[in-house]
Design a protein around this ligand. Sequence first.
Ligand SMILES: Nc1ncnc2c1ncn2[C@@H]1O[C@H](COP(=O)(O)OP(=O)(O)OP(=O)(O)O)[C@@H](O)[C@H]1O
Length: 217
Amino acid sequence: MRLAVRELTCRRGARELFRGLAFTVEAGRALVVTGPNGAGKSSLLRLLAGLASPVAGSVRLEGAPEPDAYREQVHYLGHLDAHKLSLSAADNLAFWRDMLGGVDRGSALEVEEALDEVGLAGLGALPVAVLSAGQKRRLALARLLVAERPLWILDEPTTALDARAQALFASHARAHVEKGGLLVAATHAPLDLGPCESLEIGRHAARTASDAGGAPR
Ligand SMILES: Nc1ncnc2c1ncn2[C@@H]1O[C@H](COP(=O)(O)OP(=O)(O)OP(=O)(O)O)[C@@H](O)[C@H]1O
């Protein structure tokens, strides 16, 4: 399986952010997207997640078991955590498990296991409204664990996380890739994903590099 992006053009408002962008991400590989504020990283990720349509070009998951059900192959974590604040942490996660999970749960974790895994054990009954910013982000990351999906698209996944949670995230992300998953993450900070490709979105062009230094990993 591989993510194939061809001749992608993105426009927001009157501004063209990029044109003719092309790259692939193979199964078992990660791509880190970097670039200055406003360059178009989140816009690119929304295109990759199928949440927005490109002006031109295509995004395909080649070799996927169900190529027509692209959105069902994708875990997307945006800037916002997308929690229902009045519901408990456990109820939020149960919702996402049911929403995102398939019939075959594979090795996906149960809600309590996932809460434990992200360091929220004992907090499952609390309404999300009272969780700290980092706890809310940890809960968002727990969504990746309660449903198995091959393509993870993550927008600044470590925002608000302390060093321990960042390391925890990195170990789950590496494990996902090592077992053949695909991962695309936009970030301003190193993610410690191990060997990965990088894509720099600039003001005028996008530049790709494989396992090159110079960009956060
Ligand atoms: N709905 C919209 N209408 C018009 N312009 C938009 C819209 N959404 C985003 N933009 C503009 O598109 C550009 C790219 O935004 P985007 O969020 O993709 O950048 P980014 O690289 O993720 O930035 P950051 O590092 O700050 O998160 C910005 O100039 C932004 O103002």
